[in-house]
Write a protein that binds this ligand. Sequence first.
Ligand SMILES: [Zn+2]
Ligand SMILES: [Zn+2]
Length: 174
Amino acid sequence: MRYNVAQLLKEQSGHTRRYTLHEDIGHLDADITPLSTLDGNIQFIRTADGILVVGSLHCSLELTCSRCLEPFTFPLQFTLEEEFRPTIDIVTGAYLPLPADADIATQIDARHTLDLTEVVRQNILLALPLNPICRTACKGLCPICGKNLNEGTCDCAHNEIDPRLQSLKRLLDE
Ligand SMILES: [Zn+2]
Ligand SMILES: [Zn+2]
């Protein structure tokens, strides 16, 4: 996901380039299991300080359901909006002072290459649900025998006693 932006850096603010993204993200991150390429449209907009990247991207990922523990296909859509800053002045070739809090992920390198890889990786990780579920009606696993209750019922007695009351019930039963 590397783009040479030397020409765009020479343009005035407001100048825009459009790209269609179609990328293999198989090696992006150990926690990301893609089932498709990453696709979408992005725009590079020359700003006073650098290049603003905006876009809308989508891909399919394999996630594991937090209720039934089965893998499922998760369609992920996210927007990008990141300003990249040059490290070298395009006209003079001099190194540019970067702000102290400058993020290395959004730096355009000395060869005027803008690399979207790290920003895309971070945005995908941020867009992932904390507790993914395969469907809203997922019944999960039986807490006693572990059977996937989406595939049918089990023979376990599912009494509805609040676990906090279990010890009280035990006392009463004695
Ligand atoms: Zn599930
Ligand atoms: Zn069971």
